[in-house]
Each structure stands twice: as structure tokens, then as C-alpha cells.
Design a protein around this ligand. Structure first.
Ligand SMILES: [Zn+2]
Ligand SMILES: [Zn+2]
Length: 302
């Protein structure tokens, strides 16, 4: 892998990430178009299917629940719990979080959280699996379709790999989504399957992927982190609070990504309610010192 830098450092003022520094990808970091056929076919079914089945009120409501309900399991479960351990819960609810996450067709919790830990460990260096410095589409989806990152980095997620029920879910992660699809079919028929499952899953995928791609390119930087993470209200609304990504890179152990009351963070609000119900506990939040530390001299935006 080689590094090429913008020869003019004056353009490096947080305005256009991709103009100033890029990494080239290694030969083994290429999309495998053959093994990616199911992923591509999923998109075709998601966009053609609803024209065949039609969209009913029931399937539309199911679509909303399946996008935002499942997204919460990615943000609160796969991300803030399994990747960052930003709160604690029982082993039973840990299992619920894993089952909700695996229904999202984003592989198992060990794969997801393990690679995400590597993202934080190597943010925007040549070892970052999905830095936009390797190309915007690579950071969005290319890295997922590459053989090199197909397996879970188990050495990075040993703390959860010790649970047999999580290893079981990881091993059979390809089965659970079809059970979800079957449930959608039983609830709302063919429209439920195409709109409630296939279309909602594709929307959910790209909504999740935005955090890896756009949240490192678009928005403002409050904290002078060593990576390119940014805060964006638009991405925060679309991703239940994950768009406060510069906040998150500043204090990744926090269960709350919207650091101030005006920074909408639906994931955290639900976690807070669950804590009142004693389902989760020990929600970590940043101290006053952390909130004030490492501020950018001047907030920058694109
Ligand atoms: Zn990031
Ligand atoms: Zn994270």
C-alpha cells in the first residue's frame, strides 16, 4: 500500500478530505464480484419486487418498523454495546441485542464489532478497513464485498467470542435473516416480503454504511481527533444519533453520541428508558473535562 499526499498543505483545512490525501488499496483489497452476486441480487429484488406486489399500508408500516426498529439494534447493539461496551446488561438481553442485530443482514455481532474496533484502532491510517481515503465507495460498501475482510477478526473481539450463543449466531448468521423475511411474509404477504423485508434491508444497509463513508467526509469537526470524523445533523437524524461521529471518535466509550441536549440521539434516549426499566445499566457518558478537551480552534465544515 502506498500513501500519496496533496502537495499543497494549504488545502488540508478540513474542507475536502478526498482532495488532500488518499491511500491506494492493496491487490487483495478488491471487490469479489462473484461472491457479491447475492448482495447485488438483493438490491434488484428490493427495487423490482414492490412493483410486482404493490405497496399496502400494512407493508409500508412494516417497512418503517423494519428500518428504524432494526437500525436501533445496529446502533445500540452491534455498535455501542458489542463494539464499544458503552453500557452493561444481562446475558439474556445481550442475546436479544445479538438476535436483533443479526436480523439486519449485516453478518454476526463478532464480525461487525470486531471490524469496527479495528476502524477505531487504526482510524484513517492505511490499516483502517474502511477509511474514505481509500475511496468513498470503498468506505461505503466496497470493503464489505472484499474477500480480505469476509471473516470476523476474532482476536479483536475475544471478550464476546467466549459466549457459545454468540458464536452460534455468528456461525449461522446467514440463516437468521431468512427467518426475518419469512416473518414479514407471514405478516403482510408478498408486499410484506418485498417492501417490509427486502427494501427495508437495502435502505438499512446504506443508512448504516453512511456512518463509515459520509460521516468521515461531510459535517463539522468539534474535536481535533487524529481521524477525519465529523458531526452531521442530517446523518444523525437518519441513523438514530450515529451522525455525531466526531463526538464518537473523541470519546468512543460513551453510550451517548449527541453530547448536548440539542444533538438528537434517539439510540441513547431508548437506552435511557431501558435503564429506567433496569434492562441496561452503567451507561457511560462523557465527563465535563472530556466535553471541553481537545476542541478544534475553529469549527470547520464542508
Ligand atoms: Zn469512524
Ligand atoms: Zn464506533
Amino acid at each position: 500500500m502506498s500513501l500519496s499526499s496533496d502537495p499543497d498543505p494549504s488545502t488540508a483545512g478540513d474542507t475536502a478530505l478526498l482532495d488532500r490525501e488518499t491511500f491506494t488499496r492493496a491487490p487483495d483489497e478488491k471487490v469479489n464480484w462473484v461472491t457479491s452476486i447475492p448482495f447485488l441480487a438483493f438490491h434488484v429484488i428490493a427495487f423490482v419486487g414492490p412493483f410486482i406486489s404493490g405497496v399496502t399500508m400494512k407493508s409500508f408500516l412494516l417497512f418503517l418498523v423494519m428500518v428504524f426498529g432494526r437500525l436501533w439494534f445496529i446502533t445500540a447493539g452491534y455498535h455501542r454495546y458489542f463494539a464499544h461496551r458503552s453500557y452493561r446488561t444481562s446475558r439474556a438481553f445481550q442475546l436479544v441485542l445479538a438476535l436483533g442485530g443479526v436480523s439486519c443482514v449485516q453478518k454476526g455481532p463478532l464480525w461487525w464489532a470486531g471490524h469496527h474496533r479495528n476502524h477505531h484502532r487504526y482510524s484513517d491510517t492505511e490499516l483502517d478497513v474502511h477509511s474514505p481515503k481509500r475511496g468513498f465507495w470503498w468506505s461505503h460498501v466496497g470493503w464489505i464485498l472484499c474477500d480480505k475482510f469476509a471473516d470476523a477478526p476474532t482476536e479483536r473481539i475475544r471478550d464476546f467470542a467466549k459466549y457459545p450463543e454468540l458464536r452460534f449466531i455468528e456461525k449461522y448468521n446467514g440463516v437468521f435473516p431468512w427467518l426475518t423475511g419469512l416473518a414479514c411474509f407471514l405478516i403482510a404477504g408478498w408486499s410484506g416480503l418485498f417492501v417490509g423485508f427486502f427494501l427495508s434491508t437495502v435502505v438499512l444497509w446504506h443508512d448504516t454504511f453512511l456512518v463509515n463513508s459520509l460521516a468521515h467526509v461531510m459535517g463539522r469537526r468539534r474535536y481535533a481527533t487524529t481521524d477525519t470524523s465529523r458531526n452531521s445533523v442530517l446523518i444523525a437524524v437518519a441513523t438514530l444519533g450515529e451522525g455525531w461521529h466526531n463526538n464518537h471518535h473523541h470519546h468512543q466509550a460513551s453510550a451517548r453520541n449527541g453530547f448536548f441536549w440539542w444533538e438528537l440521539d434517539m439510540t441513547f434516549y431508548v437506552l435511557k428508558v431501558l435503564s429506567w426499566m433496569h434492562i441496561v445499566h452503567d451507561l457511560k457518558v462523557p465527563s465535563a473535562e472530556l466535553l471541553a478537551a481537545q476542541r478544534e480552534q475553529k469549527s470547520t465544515s464542508v
